[in-house]
Design a protein around this ligand. Structure first.
Ligand code: NAG
Ligand code: NAG
Ligand code: NAG
Ligand code: NAG
Ligand code: NAG
Ligand code: NAG
Length: 465
C-alpha cells in the first residue's frame, strides 16, 4: 500500500490548516459586496498541454506563496525548501485550498483568493493568521497522480517494419531521457553515452518500465509515464527523484533479442534465373556485406576494403550468425540478416560493436564454389590417372622438380580434372603440395615419394587400427 501525505510529513502550517478545517462548518453565501462566497481562482499561466487535471482524491505536489491582502507574506513552501505533497480534496487542507486546486494542470500557475470562512474563519492562528483574514495563494502544480493510475504508454514513432515486439524475457537496449511530470530532468542514458541494457519482465527495473517497454518494436520511440507506486514510491531515490513523484521516460528502443533467437533471414532479391546449387557448409564463397546496428548506425562494410569478403562456410572464420545466414543462397541473391549477439560478438562486444548488440547485415553472394575436405589442398574430380608419376615427369628423367609439378597441376585444373583449395593463391597451394610430396626435401619428387592424400589417410587409419 502506498500512503500519501502522512501527517508527520505535512508542513507545519498545512497541518495547522488541516486541524482547523476539521471542526469548522462551511460559511454560507454572502450578499453582493460582502465577503467572498467562494474561492476565486485566477489561472494566470495554463500550459499548452494538459493531459490531466487535478481531481478530488488525487495526490499532488506543489509549491506556493501565501500572502495577505496587503501583500505581506505569511507562509511559503519555498521557505522550507520542501514542497507540499498531499492528497487533495479530502479535508487535509483548508477548504479554500482543496477547492482551489481542482482542475489544475501540471505547470499551471494560479492565484487563489480564499475568504476567511474557507480558510481560518474568525479565529485565525495565534501569531500567524489574524481572525477573518482573506488569504492569497500563488500556486504552481508540479505533479498529480492517484493510486488507481497505471503505466501510460504513448507511441511517438513506430518504425514501418516491426517483425517482433518486446516481451518478457527479452534483453533490451534502449536510450531514455527521464523527467518528472513538470519536465525537470532526473536522468538520461545519453549522459553515460551508452544504452541502458536490461532483461524485461524479470524485476531488474522498476515495475513501471517492465510494463511500459512491453510490445515495443526495434527503433520505436515511446513516452512511458509511471506513477510512483510503480516507480520509486513515497521515498523517491537519489537527490533527483523526490518521494511520490510521477516519472516520465522518453524511450528509444535500439534493439532487443531473446537468448533463444536465431538468425533472422529476409531475402531482398534473387537472380531471375533459378539457381541449381545454393551455398552450403564447406563452400568457399565471396560476398559483399554492409553491417550496421539496428538503429542504422553503420559499422563495417566489405565495400570499404575494395574487395569482397571471402570465407569458407562453417570454418569458424566469420561470426556464427553469418556462417548460418549465408547458407542456402543463390549466387546473386541479396539478403538482410538480423544477428543476435550470442551469434555475433556477445555480451562484451568487439571493436566498434557495443556489448549485447543485435547486428543487421545486408549481404550479396557473388560466387560460390565447393570447398575441399578439411586438410586437402587439391582434389581429383574423378579417379586420379593410373600413371600419375609418369604423367607428371614431363621430361621423363625420373624426377619431378617444382616446375614440372606446377605445370602438371595447373593442367589438371584447366582440364577440369581436379581443383585446388579455393581462396588461396594457387602458386602457394601448389608450393605447399610440392613440399608435402618432396619427403626428403631434396627439391624434387621421386616415384617412391609420391603419394595421394587419400592413401596417406588410409595408412594413418591403418596405423591407428
Ligand atoms: C513564490 O515566491 C518566490 C519568490 O518571490 C518566487 O520565486 C516563486 O516563483 C513564487 N511561487 C509561486 C508559485 O508563485
Ligand atoms: C560517446 O560515444 C561515441 C561513439 O561511440 C564516441 O565517439 C564518443 O567519444 C563518446 N563520448 C564520451 C564522452 O564517452
Ligand atoms: C520510506 O522511508 C521510511 C523512513 O526511512 C521507511 O521507514 C519506509 O519503510 C520507507 N518506505 C519504503 C516504501 O521504502
Ligand atoms: C533525449 O534528449 C535528447 C536531447 O534533447 C534528444 O536528442 C534525444 O532524442 C532524446 N531521446 C529520447 C529517447 O527522447
Ligand atoms: C541447372 O540445371 C538444369 C537442369 O539440370 C540445367 O539445364 C542448367 O544448365 C543448370 N543451370 C546452371 C546454371 O547450372
Ligand atoms: C552496401 O551499401 C552501399 C552503399 O549504400 C550499397 O551501394 C551496396 O549495394 C551495399 N551492399 C550490400 C551488399 O548491400
Amino acid at each position: 500500500m502506498f500512503h500519501a501525505g502522512l501527517p508527520g510529513r505535512l508542513p507545519l502550517l498545512q497541518a495547522l490548516l488541516a486541524l482547523h478545517t476539521m471542526g469548522r462548518t462551511l460559511g454560507r453565501a454572502s450578499p453582493a459586496g460582502g465577503p467572498l462566497e467562494d474561492v476565486v481562482i485566477e489561472r494566470y499561466h495554463i500550459p499548452r498541454a494538459c493531459p490531466r487535471e487535478v481531481q478530488m482524491g488525487d495526490f499532488v505536489r506543489y509549491h506556493y506563496n501565501g500572502t495577505f491582502e496587503d501583500g505581506k507574506k505569511f507562509d511559503s513552501s519555498y521557505d522550507r525548501s520542501s514542497l507540499v505533497a498531499i492528497v487533495v480534496g479530502v479535508g487535509r487542507l483548508i477548504t479554500g485550498m482543496d477547492r482551489g486546486l481542482m482542475g489544475m494542470c501540471v505547470n499551471e500557475r494560479r492565484r487563489l483568493v480564499v475568504p476567511p470562512h474557507l480558510g481560518y474563519g474568525s479565529i485565525g492562528v495565534a501569531g500567524l493568521i489574524p481572525p477573518d483574514a482573506t488569504l492569497y495563494f500563488d500556486v504552481v502544480l508540479l505533479d498529480v497522480w492517484n493510486q488507481a493510475d497505471t503505466v501510460q504508454v504513448s507511441v511517438l514513432l513506430r518504425p514501418p517494419l516491426c517483425l517482433r515486439m518486446v516481451q518478457d524475457g527479452d534483453f533490451v537496449r534502449y536510450h531514455y531521457n527521464g523527467t518528472l511530470l513538470n519536465g525537470a530532468p532526473f536522468d538520461s542514458s545519453y549522459s553515460r553515452n551508452q544504452t541502458y541494457d536490461t532483461y524485461i519482465g524479470q524485476g531488474y527495473i522498476i515495475p513501471g518500465m517492465d510494463q511500459g517497454l512491453q510490445g515495443a518494436c526495434m527503433g520505436e520511440r515511446r513516452r512511458i509515464t509511471v506513477p510512483p507506486h510503480l516507480a520509486y514510491g513515497e521515498n523517491g531515490t537519489g537527490n533527483k527523484i523526490p518521494g511520490s513523484a510521477v516519472l516520465v521516460f522518453h524511450v528509444h528502443v535500439i534493439d532487443f533479442h531473446n537468448p533463444t533467437d536465431s538468425v533472422g533471414i529476409e531475402t531482398l532479391s534473387r537472380p531471375a534465373e533459378p539457381c541449381n546449387e545454393t551455398s552450403k557448409l564447406g563452400d568457399f564463397i565471396r560476398y559483399h556485406y554492409n553491417c550496421s546496428l539496428m538503429d542504422g548506425t553503420r559499422l563495417f562494410s566489405s565495400h570499404d576494403y575494395g574487395a569482397p569478403q571471402e570465407a569458407t562456410l562453417g570454418a569458424n572464420k566469420v561470426i556464427e550468425g553469418l556462417d548460418r545466414g549465408l547458407q542456402g543462397m543463390c549466387v546473386g541473391e541479396r539478403r538482410r540478416l538480423v544477428v543476435p549477439p550470442h551469434l555475433a560478438h556477445g555480451e562484451s562486444g568487439a571493436r566498434g560493436v557495443p556489448g549485447s548488440a543485435v547486428l543487421q547485415f545486408e549481404v550479396e553472394l557473388l560466387s560460390r564454389e565447393d570447398g575441399l575436405p578439411d586438410g586437402y589442398l587439391f582434389v581429383w574430380h574423378e579417379d586420379p590417372p593410373a600413371s600419375l608419376f609418369e604423367d607428371m615427369d614431363l621430361n621423363k628423367d625420373g624426377e619431378v622438380p617444382p616446375e614440372e609439378f606446377s605445370v602438371f597441376i595447373k593442367t589438371q585444373v584447366q582440364e577440369g580434372k581436379g581443383r585446388l583449395l579455393p581462396g588461396q593463391d594457387p602458386e602457394k597451394t601448389i608450393g605447399d603440395m610440392f613440399r608435402n610430396q618432396d619427403r626428403d626435401q631434396d627439391g624434387s619428387i621421386t616415384a617412391a615419394e609420391l603419394k595421394l592424400k587419400s592413401e596417406e589417410d588410409e595408412e594413418r587409419v591403418h596405423e591407428e587400427l
